[in-house]
Design a protein around this ligand. Structure first.
Ligand SMILES: N[C@@H](CCC(=O)N[C@@H](CS)C(=O)NCC(=O)O)C(=O)O
Length: 270
């Protein structure tokens, strides 16, 4: 049985793993787990990761969760090119430093911004709460400032002179915050369209202004370097779902699940 990767490409750490595996020619079975359909909460997936989160890996009877652990496992098992996770003691320590720091400095606040600007409006049918969004963006700002004004002022990539696992993890998180958007059915009143109108109204794409790269020029130049290093086609392939607006009619398919997800999101973002 080939190695299995349980992924939802709406998720930044899943995309990092997908890009890494594809870029390095690592053979794998793609096992889709659609968070928007609650598949991560189903008993079959909970046997793979009892924490109910993607990404997850199964290699024979070995199970592994957490994107960083999975990337390191793949880089060691397949002995990928050294620039991803350099053998030099101090260069490797720089990658480790970023990977440890990013969980709370980038991943957590970036996920909250995405949930607020995209997923919560999608499932609740309510417009984006811009006051909350500004508050959440404020929590991400110190990390972006550090990357733009200190780290990238000294070198072209986040950890070393070449692209590494650090850049891959940061890239997918920041792309999500900057470019995800949704289709909306709201009228000028901002109220949710009546369900009877859902079938007849055409949704309009709505992008909430979060283009982080516009505000941070060194990060914008870094993004272009990372994209060139990964390959624009692979980046496009991994990001096509998240760059495409979500259709609100999908959220209506299982109103009970939508309500449960809204409840979880409200609690997380309060
Ligand atoms: N630190 C974990 C984060 C895993 C995580 O939170 N994954 C999200 C998708 S990005 C998820 O599965 N969320 C489902 C939930 O929390 O219910 C990693 O990097 O792998």
């Amino acid at each position: 049985m080939p190695l299995e990767l349980f992924l939802d490409l709406y998720s930044p750490p899943c995309r990092a793993i997908y890009i890494f595996a594809k870029k390095n020619g690592i053979p794998f079975e793609f096992r889709p787990v659609e968070l928007g359909r609650g598949e991560h909460l189903k008993p079959e997936f909970l046997k793979v990761n009892p924490l109910g989160k993607v990404p997850a890996l199964r290699d024979g009877d070995f199970l592994l969760a957490e994107s960083v652990a999975i990337l390191l496992y793949l880089s060691r098992k397949y002995q990928t090119a050294p620039y991803w996770y350099p053998p030099d003691l101090q260069a490797r320590a720089r990658v480790d430093e970023y990977l440890a720091w990013q969980h709370t400095a980038i991943q957590l606040p970036a996920t909250n911004v995405y949930l607020c600007k995209s997923l919560l409006p999608h499932f609740s049918g309510q417009p984006v709460d811009t006051v909350r969004l500004d508050r959440l963006l404020g929590k991400l700002k110190p990390a972006l400032q550090h990357l733009d004004q200190e780290v990238l002022a000294a070198k072209p990539f986040l950890a070393t002179e070449q692209v590494s696992l650090a850049d891959l993890m940061a890239f997918t998180e920041l792309m999500q915050v900057s470019f995800s958007c949704l289709f909306a059915l709201w009228g000028h009143s901002g109220h949710r369209a009546e369900s009877s109108a859902l079938a007849t109204l055409s949704p309009q794409p709505t992008a909430v202004g979060c283009d982080l790269f516009r505000d941070w020029p060194r990060l914008a130049a870094w993004r272009a370097r990372v994209e060139a290093a990964l390959g624009p086609e692979l980046v496009q392939d991994a990001h096509k779902l998240v760059l495409q607006p979500r259709d609100p009619r999908d959220a209506q398919q299982d109103p009970r699940l939508a309500q449960e997800l809204v409840h979880r999101l409200q609690e997380r973002l309060s």
